[in-house]
Design a protein around this ligand. Structure first.
Ligand code: SAM
Length: 281
């Protein structure tokens, strides 16, 4: 029997094309098309957007995006075994799905996507985090994307959305909240996936800010937070000593007690400290 979108159910697609999940590629597939449609809807206005999907696999999320009305989907998949299944999806939605066989970390997408671009992905954890950092740190801001909707292990989602004072607060929270507004839009138990991973997952949606939330130079903010959170249990006057001989004066000038620890300092205060250090250069 066909699924709600008229294509075969994903279990049949996987059986027909021999897509047994490979651990090395971080393959945990979502087979429930109601769930992939929900994830697709959490990405925002699809009808007016081009979507970059990374890691479509057998195409569950891709089908969700297309059924929910995405203007166009460009999908980058590393596993060539998935291409015939994705070609069937492309044939079902003429002119709306372009599949690229490649590695999302190295693929060149120039000229393929028209703004506004929304990125949607259910990726292996390590690839997802690396891509998130790249998407948040392009040479120019605003970036090519309007929003990112990404699946992470719950623990990583907490690191992205944590506030000062939370255990999970650190460099990822600072970077993500400096340039975007991240929020968890969906929590998924392990049994939402085939095969089930060991831990729960969360879908995080990030809307890009037109300008960073507070002024600062990216390089300086990264230097400050790397030093501060590299030794997160130390007082800032010690962990940041290498950045400037008069670090205590800088901390004082922006209202951060020199005895404070990184995990209690707000994003706004870190940006003020970065500006103060740059004013001296
Ligand atoms: N989107 C599908 C779903 O939700 O069921 C598959 C998700 S599965 C967790 C991750 C997918 O990313 C796999 O299809 C895997 O082959 C692909 N993948 C892994 N590393 C990749 C990379 N560097 N570039 C592109 N795709 C990658």
């Amino acid at each position: 029997m066909a699924a709600i979108d008229g294509l075969p159910p994903l279990r049949d697609v996987i059986a027909t094309h021999g897509l047994s999940a490979r651990k090395a590629l971080g393959q945990n597939f979502i087979l429930d098309l109601n769930l992939t449609a929900r994830i697709a809807r959490s990405a925002g206005k699809l009808a007016q957007s081009d979507i970059l999907e990374v890691g479509p696999g057998p195409g569950g999320l891709t089908r969700g995006l297309l059924a929910e009305g995405a203007r166009k989907v460009v999908a980058v998949e590393k596993d060539a075994r998935c291409l015939p299944a994705l070609a069937e999806v492309a044939a079902h939605y003429p002119g709306r799905l372009e599949v690229i066989e490649g590695d999302a970390l190295t693929v060149d997408l120039s000229g393929r996507l028209a703004p506004p671009v929304r990125v949607v992905a259910n990726l292996p954890y390590n690839v997802g985090t690396e891509l998130l950092i790249r998407w948040l740190t392009p040479p120019e801001w605003p970036p090519f994307w309007t929003s990112l909707t990404l699946m992470f292990q719950r623990e990583v989602a907490q690191r992205i959305t944590a506030q000062a004072g939370d255990d999970a607060y650190g460099r990822l929270a600072i970077l993500a909240q400096w340039r975007a507004t991240p929020r968890v839009v969906l929590e998924l138990p392990p049994d939402a996936f085939v095969p089930p991973p060991k831990v729960s997952s969360s879908v995080v949606h990030l809307d890009a800010l037109p300008e960073p939330r507070f002024p600062a130079r990216l390089k300086t903010l990264e230097r400050v937070t790397a030093a501060a959170f590299g030794q997160r249990r130390k007082m800032l006057r010690a962990s940041l000593r290498g950045l400037a001989p008069d670090i205590e004066a800088h901390l004082g000038a922006v209202g951060i007690p020199p005895t404070e620890r990184a995990e209690r300092v707000s994003l706004e205060a870190f940006c003020a400290l970065a500006r103060s250090l740059d004013a001296n250069d």
